[in-house]
Design a protein. Structure first.
Length: 302
C-alpha cells in the first residue's frame, strides 16, 4: 500500500487519513443483491452501496496533520406549517379512521375527508370560517369592488379576530452531513515539496469526473464517469481510529480549494515551487446518518 505523507515523519503523531474509493451506484445489481441479503438489518441494506465500494489501488493513502478545526453537524429540517380549522378537524378524523383495522379503514378515511365538519363542537366555527372565505372571494372577484383582502384581514375588520393558524412544527427530513478541513503545507525539503504537489494533484483528480465512463467507456461520448469517493479517518497517537472524534460514511469531495499565496504574498523556491500551499477540502456524506447508527456500544459512525 502506497502512502503520501506531510510532514514525512507524521506516522509518529496523530493525523488525519484519506483513502479513495470507486463510486458504487446505490441501485446497481451488485448493491441490490447486497441490500436484499440484509433484510433483517435495514441500516445495512441502506448502506449496501457503501459497503461494497472498492478501494482504489492506483491512488495512495494520504496522511496529513490534524487540522486546526474539527467539528460535526447534525441538522434536522424543521418548519412551521399552518392549517385552518377545517383542515385540522379533517386530519383528526383521518388519523382516527386510519387507526381502524381491516377493510373499514379506507372507507372511513374517505368519509372523514368528505365530511370533516361533522364534529358538533367545532361545526359552528368552521361554518363561520367558510362564510368569511366566501365573502372574501366575492369582494375580491367583483370587478367594481376589487377589495384584494385576505380572509384574516376581513375577519379582523369585521370581528376583531383572525383565523386560528393551528401552527405545528413539522419534521421534513435531515441534511447529509458535511465536513471540511484546511491545511497549510510548507515543505522543509525537496521530497516534502514533491509529496505536497502529489497530494494536491490527487485530490484534484479524485474530485473531478472521468472522461471515460466505467460502464459505457470512451465510445459513449454522451456519458462521463462519476468522481471518486473519500474515506476520512482521524488516527490517534500510536495508530487506530480515534473513537472520540467524528467518523463519517464514504463522502464525495465537494470542493478542493488550492491557494498558492503564503501569508498574503507569493514566494517561491529556486525551482519555482511555492513557499507554501493552503489546501482547503470540503466533503459531503453519500448517505444519511440515522439515530441507530451512533451512540454507546455502536462505533459504526459518530
Amino acid at each position: 500500500m502506497s502512502i503520501l505523507k506531510y510532514p514525512k515523519d507524521i506516522s509518529s503523531e496523530y493525523y488525519i487519513k484519506f483513502q479513495f474509493y470507486t463510486y458504487e451506484p446505490a441501485y446497481s445489481a451488485k448493491a441490490s443483491v447486497t441490500a436484499q441479503g440484509s433484510t433483517t438489518n435495514v441500516t445495512q441494506g441502506y448502506n449496501a452501496s457503501l459497503d461494497i465500494a472498492k478501494k482504489k489501488s492506483n491512488l495512495p493513502d494520504i496522511y496529513l496533520p490534524m487540522p486546526a478545526e474539527i467539528g460535526s453537524q447534525y441538522v434536522g429540517q424543521w418548519g412551521g406549517q399552518n392549517m385552518s380549522s377545517l383542515a385540522s378537524t379533517a386530519l383528526t378524523a383521518v388519523s382516527k379512521a386510519a387507526g381502524m383495522s381491516g377493510a373499514a379503514a379506507p372507507k372511513a378515511i374517505m368519509d372523514a375527508l368528505k365530511n370533516p365538519n361533522n364534529n358538533a363542537a367545532t361545526g359552528a366555527g368552521i361554518a363561520l370560517e367558510q362564510a368569511f372565505k366566501t365573502a372574501k372571494d366575492f369582494l375580491n372577484n367583483t370587478p367594481l369592488i376589487g377589495a384584494n383582502l385576505t380572509t384574516d384581514q376581513l375577519l379582523a375588520l369585521g370581528t376583531n379576530s383572525i383565523l386560528n393558524p393551528n401552527t405545528e412544527l413539522l419534521y421534513g427530513g435531515t441534511d447529509l452531513r458535511t465536513h471540511g478541513y484546511k491545511f497549510k503545507l510548507v515543505p522543509n525539503s525537496d521530497s516534502e515539496a514533491r509529496n505536497i504537489k502529489q497530494i494536491v494533484t490527487i485530490f484534484k483528480q479524485a474530485a473531478l469526473p472521468k472522461r471515460e465512463s466505467s460502464v459505457f467507456g470512451l465510445s459513449a461520448r454522451n456519458f462521463i464517469g462519476i468522481p471518486d469517493l473519500c474515506k476520512v479517518e482521524f488516527i490517534k497517537r500510536g495508530g487506530g481510529d480515534n473513537k472520540n472524534l467524528p467518523k463519517y460514511k464514504l463522502s464525495a469531495i465537494s470542493n478542493v480549494d488550492v491557494n498558492y499565496i503564503t501569508d498574503g504574498q507569493y514566494i517561491e523556491y529556486d525551482d519555482g515551487f511555492p513557499l507554501g500551499i493552503e489546501l482547503t477540502l470540503a466533503f459531503k456524506e453519500l448517505k444519511l446518518l440515522f439515530s441507530e447508527e451512533i451512540g454507546e456500544g455502536n462505533t459504526d459512525y459518530r
